[in-house]
Design a protein around this ligand. Structure first.
Ligand code: MLT
Length: 263
């Protein structure tokens, strides 16, 4: 697994397969392994690039505040170093979607199409931003040991928690691996992210929105509303799953992705 130096730390990245490039950007506080089923399938037809964002998985050394712009610029550097010149299919889940909007603002020529999974264009409301900053402070002071217990019920549908013990364990493992300063830095970055609702109308590339029917963090009606504001977007709702659609129902997500990428 290559590591790419982005000026102040090394980014771990999967680079697998040949064909038109697909960039898979994970959510918070996870790493590239949330996309294992998508990497497996898509790399038989595409060049799949799946990094661990700074502070997550094997990309250590994040501190302070990691803005969505910083994440986006890291990704551009990763693509440059891997010599991916062709516009990518940028596929981001949740925080990965917040980064997608910032990537669009800064590097839109590098985007051929977009897949937005379980995400939203709105910024945090003041109360939510305040809670994120408090959580960041608490994690820096006392560690992130209880983060998995805090997040799992929000990330997964109740049925997935009961019936998919392996998915629960995989998510727990990723959360435990994330370093506390990196988690805190991303929380602060998300708290100060811009509202991207105003740029939806200018995102003209083909866009697929995917959302779990029971997503409690970024609910389907919010994603449908977002897709309706984009000139070239469709929205698919995956039944009976929560926020982690690519892990909770990889087959349905893979079918939608393949159909979209074939267009
Ligand atoms: C994620 O899945 O990336 C997070 O739930 C995003 C967030 O906390 O807003």
């Amino acid at each position: 697994m290559p590591s790419i130096y982005v000026g102040d730390l090394w980014i771990n990245v999967i680079d697998r397969g040949m064909g038109s490039p697909v960039l898979l950007v994970h959510g918070f506080p996870l790493d590239h392994r949330m996309w294992n089923e998508q990497i497996e399938l898509l790399s038989t037809r595409h060049r799949v690039i799946a990094p661990d964002l700074r502070g997550f998985g094997g990309s250590f050394g994040a501190a302070g505040t990691t803005t969505m712009a910083r994440f986006a610029d890291d990704l551009r550097l990763v693509l440059d170093q891997l010599r991916v010149d062709e516009p990518v299919a940028f596929c981001g889940l949740s925080m990965g979607g917040y980064i997608a909007f910032e990537f669009w603002r800064r590097h839109s020529v590098r985007v051929g199409s977009l897949v937005l999974c379980d995400t939203k264009s709105a910024a945090d409301a003041p109360e939510a931003a305040r809670n994120r900053r408090l959580l960041a402070d608490r994690i820096l002071a006392a560690g992130a040991d209880d983060l998995a217990d805090l997040m799992l019920p929000k990330l997964l549908a109740p049925a997935s928690i009961n019936n998919q013990p392996q998915t629960v364990e995989r998510i727990r493992e990723m959360i435990v691996k994330a370093e506390a300063p990196g988690v805190a830095a991303a929380l602060r970055g998300m708290a100060e992210r811009a509202d991207s609702t105003g740029i939806l109308g200018e995102i003209h590339v083909p866009t697929l929105c995917i959302v779990g029917e029971q997503d409690a963090i970024t609910p389907p009606d919010e994603m449908q509303e977002m897709a309706a504001k984009m000139p070239n977007a469709t929205c698919v709702i995956i039944p009976e799953v929560g926020h982690m659609t690519p892990m909770e129902n990889p087959h349905a997500v893979n079918d939608s992705l393949l159909a979209f990428l074939r267009l």
